[in-house]
Each structure stands twice: as structure tokens, then as C-alpha cells.
Design a protein around this ligand. Structure first.
Ligand code: RB5
Length: 148
């Protein structure tokens, strides 16, 4: 699995911690920034990571802002992106099994430090369950087609 990762200033610290985990697991990633805690605008990073995923150079994306919310809203504007805010292992697992989420959006400021490893590990290692969930995800794609 190849990962594209990005954050704004509020997610920078957590992004760096996640990169250390990816290094530990020998998972290849591309860091699209930001590169410091200087204030930036999260949609720029959401778009960069999302385009890597829809373009096929990354299999999954990880985005971090203060709440995960702005990143998920922005990334979900791009057709083909299913970005999910996860706050624990269960929400990360269900985002994959039920929603086939291709971007994990994390809360840089409030994700408990002892949960980060589990959330990212589960997100990267859980398969989409398909079946009735595929029908529902197909309906999301149909909304995109209708709205373009
Ligand atoms: C930045 O202050 C903050 O608004 C941003 O990181 C994010 O939480 C937006 O959703």
C-alpha cells in the first residue's frame, strides 16, 4: 500500500508522528506538506493528497487538521474520494469495511496519543466488505455523476 499524507499547521505534529509509524512499518509514503507549524490553509493539502489518490499514485491518503473536519469536507469535493474522520479503531475499521474510505482524516488536536497507532494500522489493513455496502458506495458515485 502506498500512502499520500498531508496536514495543515494544526495537524503537523500528528502527521510527523504518523510518518514515523509508516517508516517503522516500511510503508512507502509521499508527504505533501505542510512542513512546519506556520499557519496554512487546509484545502490546499486536502486537494494535493486527494489528487494523488484519484490519480493512482497513492492507494490511500491520510490528512490531518485540527478536527479532521475541514480536511474531510475539502477532500470529499473531489470525485472518487471517500474521506472519513476517524476517532478510534472502530470508526477507522468501519470506514473501510462499510464506506470503502480511501482517505483517513484525523483530529490533530484531540486524537489521544495512545490511539494513533491503532487507528492508522486498522485503516491501512482493513478490507472493504463489499456486498450490500458496495451497493451503497455505488450510490454515492451515482450522486457524483449526477452532480457533475
Ligand atoms: C485551523 O485553525 C483549523 O481550523 C483547521 O486545522 C481544521 O480544524 C479545520 O477544519
Amino acid at each position: 500500500v502506498r500512502v499520500a499524507i498531508g496536514s495543515d499547521h494544526a495537524g503537523f505534529d500528528l502527521k510527523e508522528r504518523i510518518k514515523a509509524l509508516l517508516d517503522e512499518w516500511a510503508i512507502p509514503y509521499e508527504d505533501l506538506g505542510t512542513s512546519s507549524e506556520a499557519s496554512v490553509d487546509y484545502p490546499d493539502y486536502a486537494q494535493a493528497v486527494a489528487r494523488r489518490v484519484t490519480g493512482g499514485s497513492a492507494d490511500r491518503g491520510i490528512l490531518v487538521c485540527g478536527t479532521g473536519i475541514g480536511m474531510s469536507i475539502a477532500a470529499n469535493k473531489i470525485h472518487g474520494i471517500r474521506a472519513a474522520v476517524a476517532w478510534d479503531e472502530t470508526s477507522a475499521r468501519l470506514s473501510r469495511q462499510h464506506n470503502n474510505a480511501n482517505i483517513l482524516a484525523l483530529r490533530g488536536r484531540t486524537t489521544p496519543a495512545d490511539r494513533v497507532r491503532g487507528i492508522v494500522e486498522v485503516f491501512l489493513n482493513t478490507a472493504f466488505a463489499g456486498g450490500r455496502h458496495a451497493r451503497r458506495v455505488d450510490k454515492i458515485a451515482a450522486i457524483e455523476r449526477k452532480d457533475s
